[in-house]
Design a protein around this ligand. Sequence first.
Ligand code: 76R
Length: 255
Amino acid sequence: MPQAPQTEEGWYALHDFRSIDWDAWRDAPERERERAVSEAVDYLQSHEAIEDADDGASAVFSIVGHKADLLIIHFRPTLDALSTAERRFEQTALAGFTDQPTSYVSVTEVSGYVSDEYFEEGADAVDEGLRRYIEGKMKPDIPDDEYVSFYPMSKRRGEEYNWYDLSFEERAELMSGHGDVGRKYAGKIKQVIASSVGFDDYEWGVTLFGSDPTDIKDIVYEMRFDEASSRYGEFGQFYVGRRFPPTDLGAYLAG
Ligand code: 76R
């Protein structure tokens, strides 16, 4: 029987997209809008401070374009904590002015392609640097004041190119080429790769952070020429936006 590469899971991720009903927002009385902003700011601040769970990270982003207006990202140790965070938002007065055009559920993962040693000999066997690198992938922080790009993707299972029919060695070689491209963006792009197999429509959710949006475009573009993506990558919709501090929500909603 073929052996699936080993994986270890870290935090669960919810990408909660919201669209504002701008007509209703403009028509709402000043008092109601103030209450909606203040409840939403409290919600965002307490979730960014992780007052709702033992551990995790949360942030809010404004999304550019018609697909959504806001993106709230939550990373939490359990799927239940994500569910609670999502429902608590619904309790705020701002939620009444929003729809959820889409969302994405996934769990951060490291796989045998990152380190055989880690899986075979355990976390204590690998050096401190690698252990921290793996820990950072499973429990990602969210950088301040940065642009974000989110998209779901899968590895192709076509007649001609089927990722899952390749041997481990072939896949590992392709992933190593992929890693070489990725490492050129060290210090410019931070990526969070979270598996959504069994949770959502694609196989992974990819979240990229960078202080320059052209670095986001460049990494995605360059990876398209790399075999791991050119032959085997299939992509869903892309969303782009920018992180802002919760206290700026009122200014964002005022236009
Ligand atoms: O070399 C290493 O230490 C880790 C190698 C590595 C793995 C195993 C790695 C490195 N990635 C891995 C896994 Mn990645 N990654 C993506 C995308 O748009 C596209 O074409 C793809 C979206 C980006 C931008 C990106 C960035 N990676 C994966 C997987 C799981 C594959 C599987 O398990 O079958 C996916 C879907 C995926 C997709 N990757 C890196 C980066 C960057 C910047 C790196 C450099 C190393 C680092 O900074 O951690």
